[in-house]
Design a binder for this molecule. Structure first.
Ligand code: ASP
Length: 331
């Protein structure tokens, strides 16, 4: 994955994104000029490509983000997203996901167990119930009623890692730059957050994660909380987050990023200001934990900002399918 990285400055990307969105490649057609999908982290490259297969064929942003998230839930095998995700402190793997359309429709599931595609259950909550969020057993029961298969997901590797963790049983979220220095050390939290703009100018977003490794049983992060881990508004833009979810919930962070764009900030300025808000609220804590925001406005301009170095995000459009960019950060 590293060899595919294209480390560019966010500002450069913003300029390119804007140029494309404004029709710089109009000759190649409507889909090529407008559509774009962005995702958190390096695994976002693969998720984007799955979503792009839909977007480039003219699918809606909503179908594209569901497809991208499903790719991560099933195909990816890492310790933080989907079926290979690490469990909680009791050895139980619980998954969180949300999906939102720019018209305000949204659905989410939290702390769901033994269902491979929480993102599609979230979409079913949105489309088939009068509710927005289902949790735990109720979410699983609903999934099974909708025809989703219930099967144990915890991998032998994740179980072994949990048994190892029990020896110290310390809950210590790691900043990605720190963990990269530790040989053999695995990521203990991340999220696939994905935002898409389709050829018709509609926006949608999706989040999917196994949350913080070794969390208390029943803990729910920001990813399934609309406004915290994800927010989308056709009139303005979309935002998603990764990092320690409690900070996003405290600050209604993705909603905040969208509202800052509504007030005229660029996506990067809005992400930066939301990060500043996190720092102002908890200056000491912010030195030891990671928070990352990714945003795209309705013109397709993209921006990101993180508390700490190491946040990367993937961008995919007609011009380039595997761009992976370094976010700016406070520390
Ligand atoms: N935001 C996720 C959570 O708190 C974890 C992450 O993205 O790092 O569950």
């Amino acid at each position: 994955m590293t060899s595919r990285r294209r480390f560019l400055q966010s500002s450069l990307l913003s300029a390119t994104a804007l140029a494309l969105a404004q029709g710089a490649t109009a000759a190649t057609g409507k889909t090529a000029t407008r559509a774009r999908v962005v995702s958190t982290w390096d695994f976002g490259v693969g998720a984007n490509q799955a979503a792009w297969a839909k977007l480039s064929a003219g699918s809606s942003a909503l179908d594209a983000v569901e497809t991208g998230a499903r790719w991560a839930e099933e195909t990816l095998c890492n310790t933080t997203v989907g079926h290979c995700g690490y469990p909680d402190r009791d050895g139980v793997q619980t998954l969180d996901a949300s999906i939102m359309d720019g018209d305000g429709r949204c659905g989410a599931v939290a702390a769901i167990e033994d269902i491979l595609h929480p993102i599609s259950v979230a979409r079913a909550v949105m489309e088939k119930t009068p509710h927005v969020l289902l949790v735990g057993e109720g979410a699983q029961q609903f999934a099974v009623q909708q025809g989703f298969e219930k099967k144990p997901l915890l991998t032998p590797e994740a179980k072994k890692a949990w048994q190892e963790w029990l020896k110290t049983a310390q809950y210590k979220p790691q900043i990605n730059t720190e963990r990269a220095k530790l040989p053999g050390n695995k990521e203990n939290h991340d999220t696939l957050g994905m935002l898409a703009l389709d050829a018709n100018g509609n926006l949608a977003g999706a989040c999917t994660t196994s949350g913080m490794a070794w969390k208390l049983h029943g803990r729910v992060g920001d990813s399934p909380i609309v406004g915290a881990g994800l927010y989308v508004d056709h009139a303005v833009g979309a935002a998603t987050a990764s990092g320690v979810g409690e900070e996003m919930i405290r600050n209604a962070a993705s909603f905040l990023v969208v509202e800052l764009m509504r007030q005229g900030r660029t996506p990067m300025e809005a992400c930066r200001e939301a990060i500043d808000r996190v720092v102002r609220k908890r200056p000491e804590a912010s030195k030891t934990l990671q928070v990352c925001f990714l945003a795209m406005n309705r013109e397709g301009e993209v921006g990101a900002y993180a508390l700490h170095k190491g946040f990367v995000y993937a961008v995919c459009d007609a011009a380039k399918q595997d761009a992976l960019l370094d976010s700016r950060s406070v520390y």
